[in-house]
Design a protein. Sequence first.
Length: 381
Amino acid sequence: MSYRMITDNAQLAEFCQSSLTAAYLAVDTEFVRVNTLLPKLGLIQLYAGADLVLVDPLTITDWQPLAELLAAPSVLKLLHSCNEDLEAFASVGLVQIYPLLDTQLAAELAGMGSSLGYAKMVEQLLGKQVDKTESRTDWLARPLAQTQLEYAAFDVLYLFQLKDLLLAKLPDPKFLPLLLAEGGQMINRRQHQLPVSFKYLEMKNSWQCPPRELAVLRALTSWRAGYAAQKDTALGLVLKDAVMYELAKRRPVTLEGLAQIQDLHPRELRRHGSVLLELIAQAKALSNEDCPQTFYHQAEFAGFKQVQQELTDAVEQAATASGIPPGFLSVKRQLNEYLNWCWRVSDSERSQLPTPEYLRGWRRDILLPYLPKPAHVAGLI
């Protein structure tokens, strides 16, 4: 196994310059994300077919050459299941990766199954076994072990080797441009984040809460998001979802009452108790009109499960008509995003939300003929 470590800016700049003429660049990252909100980048693997390099991000201070390579339009970047890799790159300011092809999505369009793992894909296409024993090791420790470095290097070596076999399995010529369009959508997603004041909409089963409970949830999720970002702490380590639901339901007014909340750790009570009581009190003081409603335009609303099914049926119809697998066309997050945009915010609030992915990019033309379009949003679509 041949690879080269890059530990300084000059080495990285030289590799990036020489790789600008390549047609493909296999890319992977190793990171640690245990107790933090953001991943901590531990290693970057790059292979353009000649020189396989492992970049130590702990020693690099000038990322501009890599930024130029990752954004070079003539070099197709290959990554597998890359959402967390994109977050890891963003942590050092690398946010434009284009053109981008996610090989997990390509495998889905090739009929190999949805959410296919990297090791299984390598086995099916190359007949090789990937040793994953190093995948959960500490990538921030120095020096990295030889076994870690070899494991990391094989990830991009195999990714580069399988690209032609994978692309040859795509059953329709339109699928490659579709994959590239989706790669662009993945990058642009960072520019369409839900404002923190609406994060409660993303909480599982929040649609079952009455308005007063939603007012508390809105306050708690907004505060938690800000605190987690400030401290770079995982959301669940600040306050668990189950605890926030219980706080919203019981709405305690004293520290003693807070102490009765199941799963609220004494440490969290000491650290955040006063803030939590103040947030709950503010939500309780809101008028009924100022509380977020469970649903708006209720006279026309068929019910959450019914609308979910209508949207699922619409996706299936669009998939059949377009020849695109429904799992590629839509995931649950995107379906709920459209439902929330239509029914779970007021008409005056809707402009604060990002345009749903159903109505952006390549999905729009494919889905629009089949999507239910409530009258109160029809003029915005």
